[in-house]
Design a protein around this ligand. Structure first.
Ligand SMILES: *Cc1c(COP(=O)(O)O)cnc(C)c1O
Length: 842
């Protein structure tokens, strides 16, 4: 296995990986051995490599504990304003290396591991004659995969500039009193296996070997109520006859970057109460009641694997109904909100000024002490739940409670795709959360009264802006609830925030518009819309309350996405401009003076080549595929979705293949195209796109005429850990969504930070990246949002392009005729049918 640096060189290095001081190393070794003995209860003769990972994890964790306790103690004493980031997803990935980086322990741990003799079993297998390789141990950590894609990853850790307050890693690094609140799913995002070219899902049993980074806090368990009915008394409303599920918190430390701050991510796990179902038992009933505890505890069993979709798209009405009727997701959403708000209120009430303990009763100052940030509409129930607590339990008058709620809550919108909008059927609400439905009706009535007073006689507007959708199944529109109940609404990139304010309506039709063929020559397509004639509208809300609408462009943490995953590049940069860029990325500007510095350029190119070699070696070991490390690594990794246009990438690959075949003696620059990502299990078209990629690979990769000038690799099981390996090795970053559909994207930024060039559309944060870097430094192509809108208006006709462009016709014909699926020629009929006939506005 080739490595960028020899182990010796690595250990010698100081700098971004921290100092390997003698004291440090010997203490770490002592503690490592102590944990192997006392925590893992093993000796060297029987210890496994995984035992060694856990011993190392506990050793590193010990360095967090004091800082964690001191940080929380400090917050308790200073009583600063606290930020609560509520999210149904936290896509954290691994913790070990991140902790070492942020605590400057990486070099010392590396050296200590190297000095620890390997377990006997491994020594016998001659694998580790000398010491342990820390990277091998790191690879034993399970990803915390409690998210789908960008939205969950953003919650995990994000950062843009210092003055922008954002998210867990960033907020800890800025020293803000911040908390992440979510669900401790027993199963995170499924593991993707590729079997005969198809995606197969496997359960992600990430907790099987235990999680050294979490601490259960059963003493802070809280009840969450469901079902029941409401009673209206003169002194207020009571929600009675409910069923109770307990929320058991697990705390995970969130260390800031080298600032001694450690914040908390608290994830709730569902636990049946002791008396669950035990009211009227005989012996048989008792056994059944204990077995039924599972029903309550299912709430935190599994993450819903839909990205940018609130229910599976393009399914039969039967399956679609099955999903929609499922109340488990709504239960999850209320569960996290109800448990979290109890925590927030308890912490608000009990505070300490100097040595005097006080109990706060004045809720009007809640917004001064608490900010609740809603990561998409998933935790929208925080708004009616806070109202319920303030009005029903704390007995505040409605107006005061509403004022406090709006001032406390803020909402981040993550998408304009209508199929991702949450619209819960009223029946479901009525059954599961009867009091919240009443509160939502009351909020709506007052909201509509205000609309009517501002726009007298405008009945249509009234209907458009209602929180309750009429016509067909009555539903609660969760985005409208969020906008009305928040003082700030933000989009996640400038173009997206503009679209939110400006879009009159996005028409909904029975299929997705992609215009895929229309700009194929330079790469293009566009989607939009779905479903029952519902109209998606934020513009009305913007007109009424323009001050609420803001932009907060997404960011990524340079700790994980540069220092941690690409230490070679971080080092090359640090040698020129110092290490301040790790806290403040704007410092990268200082590299301008090195654009013509041959040594710098040589160093950067060398690191890239080393990363490519390392990734190629990894793929060879894991998947037995051989890759030419001197080819262009052309990578598109992200969830598989029509709007992200992996299909456009496929058409490009096929065309490139056909060109090589036509002129095999020409000098073709070798290219390895890698596509990776998970398809939602119910998203049929996305699964067919994966099958198409693997099918193209089977033909292209085995064509002797092509040789290693073109390879097509599907990267199996794309997740945070794979992103950390793939992105530093990329030459070309594919960011090719239809303009107006990718709210921000964050993958685009990770690639750019690792020195890949971008081929992309003017969509999401690509726009700002092009502004910042200069458009001439990206390969920008395709329609702009305005062009997409114009084409929509004019009408898009796929066959026009198909008939006009011979190479495009050939590619489509090949897919249609089974060129890539000889055993099953009509395998991709559905995809071709979509491209030719349904990929257009109605
Ligand atoms: C960053 C990231 C994403 C988001 O990628 P986009 O290209 O913005 O869609 C998805 N999944 C993983 C594992 C990521 O790290």
């Amino acid at each position: 296995m080739s490595k960028p640096l020899s182990d010796y060189d690595k250990r010698k290095q100081i700098s971004v990986r921290g100092l390997a001081g003698v004291d440090n190393v010997s203490d770490l070794k002592t503690n490592f051995n102590r944990h192997l003995h006392f925590t893992l209860v093993k000796d060297r003769n029987v210890a496994t490599k995984r035992d060694y990972y856990f011993a190392l994890a506990h050793t590193v964790r010990d360095h967090l504990v004091g800082r964690w306790i001191r940080t929380q103690q400090h917050y308790y004493e200073k009583d600063p304003k606290r930020v609560y980031y509520l999210s149904l997803e936290f896509y954290m990935g691994r913790a070990l290396q991140n902790t070492m980086v942020n605590l400057a322990l990486e070099n010392a741990c590396d050296e200590a591991a190297y000095q620890v003799p390997a377990p006997r079993a491994l020594q016998l297998r001659t694998q580790f004659k000398l010491g342990l390789d820390m990277e091998d141990l790191e690879d034993l950590e399970e990803d915390a995969g409690l998210g789908n894609g960008g939205l969950g990853r953003l919650a995990g850790t994000s950062y843009r500039r210092h003055r922008h307050a954002c998210f867990l890693d960033s907020m800890a690094s800025l020293g803000l009193a911040a908390y992440g609140y979510g669900i401790r799913y027993e199963f995170g995002i499924f593991n993707q296996k590729i079997v005969s070219g198809w995606q197969v899902e496997e359960a992600d049993d990430w907790l099987r070997y235990g999680n050294p980074w979490e601490k259960a806090r059963p003493e802070y368990m809280r009840p969450v109520h469901f079902y029941g009915r409401t009673e209206h008394h003169p002194d207020g409303v009571k929600w009675v006859d409910t069923q109770v599920v307990l929320a058991l918190p697990y705390d995970t430390p969130v260390p800031g970057y080298r600032n001694n701050v450690v914040n908390t991510m608290r994830l709730w796990s569902a636990k049946a109460p002791c008396e669950f179902n035990l009211k009227d038992f005989n012996v048989g009933g008792y056994i059944q009641a204990v077995l039924d505890r599972n029903l309550a505890e299912n709430i935190s069993r599994v993450l819903y694997p839909n990205d940018n979709v609130s229910k599976p798209v393009a399914l039969s009405p039967v399956i679609s109904h099955f999903f929609e009727g499922k109340e488990l997701r709504l239960k999850q959403e209320y569960f996290v909100v109800a448990a979290t708000l109890q925590d927030i209120i308890r912490r608000f009430k009990v505070s300490k000024f100097g040595s005097r303990e006080v109990v706060r009763t004045d809720f009007t100052c809640l917004p001064k002490k608490v900010a609740i940030q809603l990561n998409d509409t998933h935790p929208a129930l925080a708004i009616p739940e806070l109202m319920r607590v303030l009005v029903d339990e704390e007995k505040l008058p409605w107006e005061n409670a509403w004022d406090v709620t709006v001032k406390t809550c803020a909402y981040t919108n993550h998408t304009v795709l209508p199929e991702a909008l949450e619209r819960w059927p009223i029946d479901l609400f009525q059954t599961l959360l009867p009091r919240h439905l009443e509160i939502i009706y009351e909020i709506n009535q007052r909201h509509l009264e205000r609309v009517a007073s501002i726009y007298p006689g405008d009945m249509e507007r009234l209907q458009r802006m209602s929180l309750i959708e009429e016509g067909g199944v009555k539903r609660v529109n969760m985005a409208h609830l969020c906008i009305v109940g928040s003082h700030a609404v933000n989009g996640v990139a400038q173009i997206h925030s503009d679209i939110l304010k400006a879009t009159v309506c996005v028409r909904l039709c029975s299929t997705r518009d992609t215009h895929l063929l229309s700009t194929y020559t330079v790469m293009l397509f566009t989607p939009l819309t779905w479903s029952l004639g519902y109209v998606y509208r934020f513009k009305d809300f913007y007109e009424m309350d323009p001050h609420k609408f803001q932009n907060k462009t997404n960011g990524i943490t340079p700790r994980r996405w540069l220092v941690m995953c690409n230490p070679g590049l971080a080092e090359v940069i640090a040698e020129r401009i110092g290490e301040d860029f790790i806290r403040d990325l704007s410092q990268l500007r200082k590299l301008h003076s090195f654009v013509d510095d041959d040594a710098f350029i040589r160093d950067v190119a060398k690191v890239k080549q080393e990363n490519k070699l390392k990734f190629a070696t990894h793929l060879e070991e894991q998947y037995k595929v051989k890759i030419n490390p001197n080819s262009i690594f052309d990578i598109q990794v992200k969830r598989i979705h029509e709007y992200k246009r992996q299909l456009l990438n496929c058409l490009h690959i096929i065309t490139y293949y056909n060109r090589i075949k036509k002129d095999p003696n020409k000098q073709w620059t070798p290219r390895t195209v890698m596509i990776g990502g998970k398809a939602a299990p119910g998203y049929h078209t996305a699964k067919m796109i994966i099958r198409l990629v693997t099918a193209i690979g089977e033909v292209v990769n085995n064509d002797p005429v092509v040789g290693d000038r073109l390879k097509v690799i599907f990267l199996e099981n794309y997740r945070v850990t794979l992103a950390e390996k793939a992105i530093p090795a990329a030459d070309l970053s594919e960011q090719i969504s239809t303009a107006g559909t990718e709210a921000s994207g964050t993958g685009n930024m990770k690639f750019m930070l690792n020195g890949a060039l971008t081929i992309g559309t003017m969509d999401g944060a690509n726009v700002e990246m092009a502004e910042e870097a200069g458009e001439e430094n990206l390969f920008i192509f395709g329609m702009r949002v305005e062009d997409v809108e114009a084409l929509d208006k004019k009408g898009y006709n796929a066959s026009e392009y198909y008939n006009r462009i011979p190479e495009l016709k050939l590619a489509v014909d090949q897919i249609a005729a089974g060129f890539f699926s000889t055993k099953q020629p009509d395998l991709f009929k559905g995809i071709v049918d979509m491209l030719m006939h349904h990929d257009r506005p109605q």
